[in-house]
Design a binder for this molecule. Sequence first.
Ligand code: AR6
Length: 171
Amino acid sequence: MANLISVTGDITRLHVDAIVNAANESLLGGGGVDGAIHAAAGPELLEACRKLHGCATGDAKATPGFRLPARWVFHAVGPVWRGGTHNEDALLAGCYRRCLELALEVGAKSVAFPAISTGVYHFPAKRAAKIAIETVRSHIEESGVNEIHFVCFNEGTRRVYDDLLGDTPLP
Ligand code: AR6
C-alpha cells in the first residue's frame, strides 16, 4: 500500500531515494528548485546533466544525487503555462508518469516531487496538484514506489495538496 503525503520545506534536504527537479529542456540549471538542487548537489550534477543532452518537455531523465541526501535526481521538464490549450495538462502528467518509470528502473522506493511548473512556468497550482496526485495514483502500483512526498515550498501550495489528498482515499 503506497503512501502519498504532503510536506512543507526544501526538497534538497529530504532523505528519500529520489528527488524530482523542475528543470528546463537544457537540463543545465536555472532558478527556483532547479537552482537549489544544483547548489546543494554540487558541480558534479551539472557535469552529469551535460551528458544527457537535454530533455523534452513532458519527459524526465535521471542522474545521481551527488552531495544531496537523495541518491537520485529525476530531472523533469514541465510545460510553460500558455492558457491550457497547448497540451499543458498531458505534458505535466507525463513528467509524473516518467518519474515513476525512472523509479522502477533505478529501484527507488521513496520519491519526492516539487510542484512542477507552478513557479516561473505559471501553471495554476490547484490544477497542477490534481494532475500530480491523479497521475501518481494511477501509476504508483506498477512503479514499486511505496512513498511519495509532495513537497510544498509555501503554505498556499500545502493547503491545495492537503485538500486534494484529504478528498481522495489512498491507493
Ligand atoms: N524545494 C521545494 N520546492 C521548491 C524549492 C525548493 N528548494 N524552490 C522552489 N520550489 P520553479 P517551474 C517550488 O519555478 O515553474 C527554473 O529556472 C516553487 O515554489 O522552481 O517548473 C528551471 O530551470 C514552485 O512551487 O519551477 C526552469 O527554467 C515549484 O517549486 C523553470 O524554472 C516549481 O517552481 C521551471 O519552472
